[in-house]
Design a protein. Sequence first.
Length: 215
Amino acid sequence: MKKIVIISPHPDDDVIGMGGTIAKFKSENYFITCLYITQGCHSPSNVKIEPNHLAKVREKEAKKSALILGIDQTIFLRFKDIKENNQAQKVHKELEFHLSKLHPEEIYLPHPQEQHLTHKIITELSLNIAKSYLNYNASIFGYEVWTPIINPTMFMDITSFVELKREAILAHKSQIEEKSYDEGILGLNRYRAVFLHINKINKERYIEVFERISI
Ligand SMILES: [Zn+2]
């Protein structure tokens, strides 16, 4: 059984970036672990809920979403904000611990050109860990959330799983009240299908793209 780990800076990045691919991997019997790094409790997408309460709400939403997609294991590191002093070091330590223990064959994380600062920091940390500490060859792939990938190198046809992806995004109720992440990302997944000139992929489909990262 192939073991994969998804690194999700906030509780909804996994589903937005690669929800269709997760459901597809599940149908192929992969063992999928998702590491959620921050609580996303200062999310500008919902300022009506007090941060400590929002943290709990978002964890519940992530668990529901994980269940819909078929994620086997969810691990919440529960950092509040990694941009504060010394937090990055702590994240580094915990990530290193979990990645060494889980020993995945494939790691998925936000691609390195993501503009969102928290995503950027977490991807950098994870790639440093992979370079310095993981003495095996895991394949690493970047997924797209806030910033589209300029030169994608892996394409996943998620057409059969698109309704599951939509349902899983809608499970993040606190987030979609202010922003229609479902429409935004499914629009991008449609765009990928329409504008990619790849044999056997017709325009009616939905595609998630990835960037293979060499370290
Ligand atoms: Zn995020």
